[in-house]
Design a protein around this ligand. Structure first.
Ligand SMILES: Nc1ncnc2c1ncn2[C@@H]1O[C@H](COP(=O)(O)OP(=O)(O)O)[C@@H](O)[C@H]1O
Ligand SMILES: [Mg+2]
Length: 277
């Protein structure tokens, strides 16, 4: 059964992992088809293992995407596994992390259909972020100076379609940066820095950076309950006091920035082959 790598028909942005992954698969002699998850000509129910990669337009139709996950998971092994992926599509998993006692970027969840009165939130006079609960590539993520009309309007436009998150804006994303801890086949592999990015902007990354002790500790603690994953990414940001907090856990389709760490794509492929054996 030939491996399927899932992408989307119209990539919203280039995939930095595409070439390193293709090269690593070729080195390992693994044959595969690269297929759009939303391609109507593909029979995703045919038995085969599937690796999710750049399916980055799913937030536009998350119900269809969830149905697709069910379908491919029934057809063979899915990486990451179905329950892991389904849970990770909705950023309310952050609140579960918080319940486990882990530091997260402070988050207020406003449910779908809820008007969400920003004046009841303790936003002070600081900048804050409103973003959709289901999102990728900064889609719908905007930063506001004050809880006025503009912010209320954005929140209402998001909650008309799904839940939304309201968070304080972390200034550290501008200097130390949001740091992505990349985990491959049971180990933290490398870290990169992402420049601040809001709706309509493009992604800028640098690195690799060494992983600080507090970053390693928090990333591993956040991942601990999820077991032995082929891949994951833990995005962290430092609060005003310098404490690391989880901004995002990425188990669905994170860029893993293989190009920043020689050998990392080969480790990914080796882990995949071992899991399929
Ligand atoms: N609370 C925040 N403080 C500062 N920047 C933020 C905050 N939340 C989001 N951002 C910026 O918006 C980007 C997208 O938000 P994120 O939660 O990572 O959603 P996604 O990557 O799924 O679109 C982040 O990479 C970061 O640049
Ligand atoms: Mg992100």
């Amino acid at each position: 059964m030939k491996l399927r790598i899932a992408t989307c028909l119209t990539l919203p942005e280039p995939d930095p992992d595409a070439v390193p992954l293709a090269d690593a698969l070729a080195r390992a002699g693994v044959a595969y088809d690269l297929l759009g998850w939303e391609d109507p000509t593909v029979d995703w129910s045919a038995p085969a293992p599937t690796v999710i990669r750049s399916t980055w337009n799913y937030a536009l139709d998350v119900e269809r995407y969830e149905a697709w996950i069910d379908r491919v998971a029934a057809a063979g092994p899915l990486f990451n596994p179905r329950e892991i992926v389904l849970d990770n599509l909705h950023k309310r998993y952050l609140l579960a992390l918080e319940e486990r006692g882990l530091p997260i970027v402070p988050t207020v969840l406003v449910e779908r259909g809820d008007t969400g009165d920003l004046s009841t939130l303790d936003l002070g006079d600081k900048r804050f972020v409103i973003k959709p609960e289901v999102g990728a590539g900064s889609l719908g993520a905007r930063v506001f100076e004050a809880p006025g009309q503009d912010a209320m309007h954005h929140l209402a436009s998001l909650t008309a379609r799904g839940a939304a998150l309201v968070q304080p804006y972390f200034d550290s994303v501008e200097d130390y940066g949001e740091r992505s801890m990349i985990y491959i086949d049971g180990e933290l592999s490398h870290a990169i820095r992402k420049s601040p990015r809001f709706a309509g902007q493009s992604e800028m990354v640098s690195g690799p950076y060494s992983i600080a002790d507090d970053e390693r500790e928090l990333a591993l603690a956040a991942l601990e309950p999820y077991g032995d994953l082929l891949y994951a990414r833990v995005d962290l940001a430092r609060d005003a006091g310098g404490q690391q907090r989880v901004m995002e856990l990425e188990f669905v389709e994170p860029s893993l920035f293989f190009g920043k760490k020689p050998g990392s794509a080969d480790r990914f492929v080796a882990g995949l082959i071992r899991r399929l054996a």
